[in-house]
Design a protein around this ligand. Structure first.
Ligand SMILES: Nc1ncnc2c1ncn2[C@@H]1O[C@H](COP(=O)(O)OP(=O)(O)O)[C@@H](O)[C@H]1O
Ligand SMILES: [Mg+2]
Length: 591
């Protein structure tokens, strides 16, 4: 099940990974300094309050002096106002910093991942990347924003409070320390159990959302089999489990809260009792007692806050470790130091020079085996072969998603490994078997072909791709949302969107992976018309599944087991090549 909740993300063994946060913070050092200043001022004001309280009691109340009462009340009030003002400022600045840092980390991770090559995604599941982008950044956010704010404030008031306690009464300070240990140790121990339970309960929640997601994506299947009752039952069971684990957790939490309250109040009562005795014996003034109790409260609450923060910090370190892994990932395919120059528009001559290739995940089997092929600029070559023959692999290598194990691929005489992959891919248009629609308007979906194209150019491309008519009939024409959220398009319509994209890009080299799913006659005709427009004036490599395509091209390459087994025209191959004859009978329905 997916890691959507964060509690099941492992912690880091050390806090070292948090160091990788630093480069993200340094650009905002001014904010950081301002936050620290606000923190210092707020803490100083807070630590001054008990002193004002003591003078108020000793010099005002006890001495029955109205003027002093007024004066120290004024001080007390001033300390409160300064504290509140700067505490708010500190909160704002630190939280702002946290949000900013995490926003930058998200951008950095996404920017890195989107440039990785396919071999990276063969070992990294996209679900994992997604959960790093969402869950792990959220963990880091909670620690680098509010967590950092709490940590800084609590550390300062703990240290300052302790120092002031020792100044007030060293003996009582020693008692306080013992008291803190008594309160904090159970919090830490139970905290560990609570974290474990909360991980379990989050897992159960993830189970329920996993189940819901699965079924919501298959609504029609479920309803057509009338499985609503069964699914409702399964969901209810998952919810019951998640409730059960949650109850376990909150029960323990309740015990912890009760325990902490009892301990804290017992301790304060003991202090009050011991303090009162000291006051009566004359070894302490009532004001000193008040001051002491207030510092003890500061110190105690800071220690509790810090101890409950500890687990968060460890988890954030774990999250940061996983994030920096992604940020340090290097694509295998990179531009050489001095890439060879490609003109804006190349001629489109393609040469496969004895190319052999195995996918990194399957080094023992050859996806391409000594493939040699020359394609003249402007010509069209069809590749046919049974599935698994290596047809798509040829495209992958030409686009340089992988590098050949041996042999070279040349485009206009340049070895593609000597080119910048971006410059190479700019010359190539790909119409894949399955068109990917993005959750945007029809207009924007086509504009993916060339992001700087004008609306008018997009429309012209759609007209050439025989897509204009059906797009105009959509509820909002070119402004209709496509993709998952929007209108579903038929297979033929999706293909024509892809063709319009390629027409818009207008590349000298076109790679076309024909859809295997059969289209109805009308769609077939429209797609064919669109393709003819598209294939004009460019070098085209087409993985062919249609009779109309293979009949038209002059050179057909037959592939099997990664090898080229025959080259010829449809007529020649039908007569001379057994594999082709069989394929054409099965795939093209031609006898
Ligand atoms: N990403 C991949 N990792 C490992 N093996 C792959 C990968 N893609 C394809 N293959 C294997 O390479 C061979 C050729 O695949 P492919 O070029 O996709 O065949 P075709 O497009 O002709 O159906 C097949 O045996 C296939 O299983
Ligand atoms: Mg294929």
């Amino acid at each position: 099940m997916s890691n959507q909740t964060g509690s099941d993300r492992p912690s880091a063994k050390s806090l070292k990974p948090l160091r990788t946060l630093w480069p993200f913070i340094t650009p905002y050092y001014r904010t950081l300094i301002a936050a620290l200043l606000a923190l210092l001022i707020a803490s100083a004001a807070m630590l001054a309050m008990p002193v004002a309280l003591r003078f108020l009691i000793d010099n005002g109340f006890i001495a029955q002096n109205m003027e002093t009462v007024n004066r120290y009340f004024g001080w007390f009030l001033a300390a409160t106002v300064i504290f509140s003002l700067f505490a708010a400022m500190r909160y704002y600045l630190v939280t702002w910093l946290g949000e900013r840092v995490v926003a930058d980390i998200r951008n950095a991770v996404y920017g890195r991942v989107i440039r990785m090559d396919p071999s990276f995604f063969e070992v990294t599941r996209t679900g994992e990347v997604l959960s790093r982008l969402t869950t792990d950044t959220t963990l880091v956010q909670s620690i680098s924003g509010s967590g950092l704010s709490i940590a800084l404030r609590s550390t300062l008031s703990l240290v300052g409070g302790l120092a002031m306690l020792i100044l007030t009464s060293p003996q009582m300070a020693a008692y306080t320390l013992i008291g803190i240990v008594v309160v904090v140790v159970p919090v830490i121990i139970t905290g560990r159990f609570i974290r474990k339970l909360s991980r379990q309960s989050q897992d159960r929640v993830a189970d329920t959302s996993g189940l819901a997601g699965e079924t919501l994506n298959a609504m029609q299947t479920i309803q057509s089999f009338t499985l609503e009752e069964l699914q409702t039952g399964r969901y209810a069971e998952a919810v019951r489990q998640s409730f059960k684990t949650a109850v376990k957790r909150i029960r323990l939490n309740a015990v912890l809260i009760g325990l902490a309250f009892v301990l804290v109040f017992c301790m304060l009562t003991v202090f009050l009792w011991a303090g009162s005795r000291a006051v009566l014996a004359g070894s302490m003034t009532p004001g000193q007692l008040g001051q002491f109790l207030m510092y003890a409260f500061f110190v105690g609450s800071s220690a509790t806050a810090l101890s409950s923060l500890w687990g968060e910090v460890q988890r954030a370190a774990g999250a940061m470790e996983r994030l920096s892994e992604l940020m340090q990932a290097e694509p295998v395919i990179r531009a050489p130091a001095e890439p060879e120059y490609l003109p804006d528009r190349i001629d489109g001559r393609i040469v496969f020079d004895h190319v052999t290739f195995s996918y990194p995940s399957r080094p023992e089997s050859r996806a391409l085996d000594d493939v040699a092929l020359e394609i003249e600029p402007g010509s069209t070559v069809a590749i046919v072969g049974p599935s698994g023959a290596g047809k798509s692999t040829c495209f992958q290598l030409l686009l340089r998603f992988y590098d050949a194990s041996s042999g070279t691929i040349k485009v206009d005489g340049h070895e593609i490994s000597r080119l910048d992959p971006l410059a190479l891919r700019r010359q190539i248009g790909l119409v894949p078997q399955e068109t990917v629609l993005f959750g945007e308007t029809a207009m924007e979906n086509i504009r993916y072909g060339r992001p700087d194209a004008s609306d008018e150019e997009v429309r012209q491309a759609a007209v050439l791709a025989a897509a204009d008519t059906f797009i105009q009939q959509l509820p909002e024409g070119y402004q209709t949302f496509l993709g998952e959220r929007g209108t579903r398009l038929s297979g033929g319509q999706r293909q024509r969107i892809a063709i319009a994209r390629a027409i818009l890009k207008d590349p000298p080299i076109l790679l076309l992976d024909e859809a295997t799913s059969s289209l109805d006659a009308e769609s077939e005709r429209l797609v064919q018309v669109a393709l003819e427009h598209l294939m004009e004036n460019r070098t085209t490599l087409v993985i062919a599944h249609r009779l109309a395509t293979v009949k038209k091209v002059d050179r057909i390459v037959v592939m099997e087991h990664g090898r080229i087994v025959a080259i010829g025209s449809h007529q020649e191959l039908t007569l001379n090549n057994e594999l082709y004859a069989r394929l054409s009978e099965l795939q093209f329905g031609d006898i």
